[in-house]
Every structure is written in structure tokens, then in C-alpha cells.
Write a protein that binds this ligand. Structure first.
Ligand code: SF4
Ligand code: SF4
Length: 71
């Protein structure tokens, strides 16, 4: 199982993660953070392959990706 966690308060709404996700798992949401930026939401969980591109690209280190082993 893969979980993508977005720290919305660190996000500046640049959209890089949304644009470069190869599986279209991220989209900009309608909510606004305390700094006034919209931030992405993680959807399409079935398609996420855990490539970590979103986390590596985020200039504000706002995305963490976790891969859980099935037990
Ligand atoms: S880990 Fe890869 S596939 Fe999953 S949301 Fe991030 S960029 Fe997309
Ligand atoms: S790359 Fe980072 S700062 Fe830019 S929209 Fe995505 S989470 Fe926000």
C-alpha cells in the first residue's frame, strides 16, 4: 500500500507535483491554506506506483510518500 501525504501548510501552490505525476494521481483542490495558496489533493490511489516524483519535485518538501508492506 502506498500513501502520499501532503503537508498543506507548507505548500505554495506551484502545481509541479500535479503536472509531473506520471499517473495523474494529484489534482489541485479547492481549499486554501493559511498562506492563501490552494494545494493538491491525492486521489486515484489505485494508480499511484510510489515513484516518489511528487515528493522529489516539491520545492517546499511538502510531500512524503510511504510504502507499507502487506502483513
Ligand atoms: S508517488 Fe508518483 S505516482 Fe504516486 S502521486 Fe507521487 S508522482 Fe504520482
Ligand atoms: S510541488 Fe509542493 S509546493 Fe508545489 S503544489 Fe505540489 S505540494 Fe505544493
Amino acid at each position: 500500500m502506498i500513501e502520499v501525504v501532503i503537508n498543506s501548510e507548507w505548500c505554495k501552490g506551484c502545481g509541479l507535483c500535479v503536472h509531473f505525476c506520471p499517473k495523474d494521481c494529484l489534482s489541485m483542490g479547492s481549499e486554501i491554506n493559511a498562506k492563501g495558496y490552494s494545494y493538491p489533493v491525492f486521489g486515484n490511489e489505485e494508480e499511484c506506483n510510489g515513484c516518489t516524483a511528487c515528493g522529489k519535485l516539491c520545492p517546499d518538501l511538502a510531500i512524503n510518500i510511504y510504502r507499507y508492506k502487506d502483513i
